[in-house]
Each structure stands twice: as C-alpha cells, then as structure tokens.
Design a protein around this ligand. Structure first.
Ligand SMILES: [Zn+2]
Length: 321
C-alpha cells in the first residue's frame, strides 16, 4: 500500500517509483488556493502520480501548474501524459527548456545517447505538449498559489543549463531538482552523490549555483531524488565538496590518460565507501552503480573535453538539450 508523505500542512511527497524502485524519485504536490505539482516523474509514473494526488483528497483536474525543474525524462518526461488529464494545467519550465517539451524528439535522442535504447522501456513514451499549454519561466519569476504559497523560480544551471529550483518563500523550502545532487538516505546527511550528466554539466557553474542557496532563508531542502532534509547547510556544503573532489580526481586521472571505465570505477569506490553502510535498498544501490555513476563519469569527461575544445567521441551521446 502506497502512502504519500506529508512534508508540511500543504506540501505532500508522492513517490514516482521510477524503475519500480521506491524512495528514489519524488514529486511534490503544493496546495494553496491553487494547486501545483513540482516534478511529474516520467510518463511511466503518471498513474502513480494521479493516484498520489487523489490520495491527498484533491482532484487532479484542478491542478494549475506542472512545474518541472528541468526536462530530463525522470523529472519532466511525464508532463505530456499528465497534462492531458489536467485541463487547467500549464507546464512550467525554464524558457531555455520549453521547446524540448513541445518537440521532445531531440531530448529523447539525447537520452538514448546517454543511457542506450532502453529509455522508452524505462521511462515510457514522451508525449509532446501543445505550445499553448507551456509556461516558460526564468530566474526570479513568481508563481503565487495563494494561501501563503509564493513560489520563486531560481535559475540554477550546472546540472543542465535550463535547470530551475523552486523556492517556497514563506515555508523556507527549496525544491532542488538535480541542482544539489541525489540524496539517498533518510538518516545520513552525508549520503549525497552528485549528478553530473553530459552534455551540459559544468562543475564550476554548478558550485556557484549551490553557493547562491546559502543566501536563501531555508529550513528544508526537498530533493527530486529523494525526500527532504532539515540539514540544509551541511547538505549544501557536501554537494559542493563532492563536485570539487570529483573535478580534482578526474583532472588528475586525465593527466595519465585514464579511460572512462577507470573514472567510473573511481566514482564507484567513492560512492561505495559512502553508501555501503547506509544503502536504502539493493535495487537503488545497483541502479546508482550501474547507470548513475557511468553517466556522471561521462559528464565530467565531457566537461574537460569541452574545456579543451575537443568534441565528444561520435555516438557517445547526441548534442542537446
Ligand atoms: Zn537531470
């Protein structure tokens, strides 16, 4: 039996159960006078999201905003499916990402380039969204849901250029998307791992983004992977520390021409040391090791190649978005 988790009196966590793994991917329902969902999960999770919304006691047809932190398929891939069930809803995304939701073909191609041909099976079919349903936003834009739910969009590049975080000003909550990393444990603030995919990841920009969060008045960070923590400053610091550490590691390894495989292996050792004693479930642990860390290694490699003005090896992934 699935249950939502109550974050505050008006914010609920719905588990999107991506890949069937619990405690891995969160969407958040925010209830003001109007309703907003932060993150949709992938298309495959749409039935679970609908069920989760109903469980709160509200009608999914009353949702006004589907806000996605960025267009990656585990965050916004389900928007095209959900918006069909939600006649009032507009899809909120950074203006640089909007065209990839209207025409997802490049996005799907790019994801296949990173993860391989299985992504349709993993995430479900990504449906295009009519332009009129889109609401492109930029840094500083406000969505006021009423009842004290004023949401500020915060441009937060690094993981992807078009990434936004959503700041609930009155509650002091930041919905971090993938900007701070993936948070994999309820109990250990240290169980934070970066998420650094090609083709846009840039550690320096990402670190600057996280540094900016210290200026906000925060009492809670709510991750898209997964759940919320009150340990705001420690967790933000950890995010920065990891990004720097892996940048130094990869930089050193590339001096001796290390391969992608070797970089991935190093990331696995670091992550194993961190997660081993705290891992939530075997399935999640396995996914991180088999899919997440190779993607992270590729993202760092791509960053250093971009810096040197080199192009990524053909076919490793497609450019965009
Ligand atoms: Zn992402």
């Amino acid at each position: 039996m699935m249950e939502n988790r109550k974050v505050t009196d008006s914010i609920y966590l719905i588990d999107a159960k991506v890949f069937g793994i619990p405690d891995f991917t969160s969407a958040y329902l925010i209830v003001g006078e109007e309703l907003a969902l932060v993150e949709t999960g992938p298309a495959k999770s749409a039935p679970l999201i609908m069920e989760g919304i109903r469980r709160v006691g509200v009608d999914p047809r009353d949702i006004s905003y589907l806000i996605v932190t960025h267009v990656h398929l585990d965050h916004g891939g389900g928007a095209g499916t959900l918006v069909k069930e939600m006649p009032r809803a507009r899809v909120v995304v950074h203006e640089k990402g909007a065209r990839h939701m209207v025409d997802p073909s490049k996005l799907v191609k790019s994801s296949k380039g990173v993860f391989g041909p299985l992504i349709n099976e993993w995430y479900g079919e990504v449906l295009p969204i009519e332009e009129g349903r889109m609401m492109p936003v930029k840094d500083g834009d406000i969505i006021n849901l009423g009842k004290g739910q004023r949401l500020r969009m915060i441009g937060s590049p690094g993981h992807a250029n078009h990434h936004i975080c959503i700041y609930s000003e009155n509650e002091g909550i930041l919905f971090t998307g993938d900007a701070v990393g993936i948070y994999l444990s309820d109990s250990q603030a240290q169980a934070l791992v970066p998420t650094t995919p090609p083709p846009e990841f840039d550690p320096d920009i990402n670190i600057k983004t996280i540094e900016g969060f210290f200026d906000l008045d925060l009492r809670l960070l709510c991750f898209s992977h997964f759940g919320c923590t009150e340990r705001v400053n420690q967790t933000l610091s950890k995010g920065i520390e990891w990004l720097m550490k892996w940048k130094d590691t990869v930089s050193e390894m590339l001096e001796t021409n290390a391969s992608l495989q070797e970089i991935t292996e190093r990331f696995r050792q670091d992550t194993e040391a961190l997660l081993g004693p705290n891992k939530k479930t075997d399935a999640l642990h396995r996914w991180v090791m088999e899919h997440h860390l190779p993607m992270c290694a590729l993202g760092y490699l791509n960053y250093f190649q971009r810096k040197k003005g080199e192009r990524m090896q053909e076919g490793m992934f497609q450019q965009t978005p």
